[in-house]
Design a protein around this ligand. Sequence first.
Ligand SMILES: Cc1cc2nc3c(=O)[nH]c(=O)nc-3n(C[C@H](O)[C@H](O)[C@H](O)COP(=O)(O)O)c2cc1C
Length: 184
Amino acid sequence: MARVIGIAGSLRKGSFNAALLRAAAAVAPAGMEVEIASIAGIPLYDGDLEAEHGAPAPVIELQEKIASSDGLLLVTPEYNASMPGVLKNAVDWLSRPPVGAAKVFGDRPVAIIGATPGMGGTRLAQAAWLPIFRNLGARVYVGKQLYVAGAAQAFDAEGVLIDDTVRTLLTEFMAGFADFIAAR
Ligand SMILES: Cc1cc2nc3c(=O)[nH]c(=O)nc-3n(C[C@H](O)[C@H](O)[C@H](O)COP(=O)(O)O)c2cc1C
């Protein structure tokens, strides 16, 4: 059983990206389990804090989860044509200290998807993540891209995916990611 850690990069209760993560977990193929984790509680990165106390507990907990997983599914919102600061901040913390970053991200299969109410579908945010995961030595899944534009129509008021086309594409994407992990 491949265990994938899923992280949505939004703290909002009604987050479309959290909804997309739940939908991705639901359509994961047999043989893959997506465990939904959270970046809530991770403080702003502060080198003094790190020097005095090391990484905070929510960071260590998430590092351990990812390090013991078979892959990471990052569900990214798009802010100002790039990734949101809260999610970049979380990944920055997760990459500390550099020697530990190799255990968390080194050779780790990473898939990136995202949702936005706008028309671009987070394609710019997804592209902006590529040099970061390359820098961290992760193995980014670059199969078919999965992005959700017009998210307000794709999910209902409870955050349940109601767009059948997106569900089909998401199912194919997750199957492709599972194959990518299995081919390691
Ligand atoms: C500061 C800020 C900048 C944004 N910039 C973009 C953008 O460049 N492209 C886009 O598609 N949506 C943009 N949005 C809209 C977000 O996609 C939208 O708020 C979305 O719901 C955030 O994801 P969430 O639903 O998971 O919280 C921006 C939102 C904020 C707050």
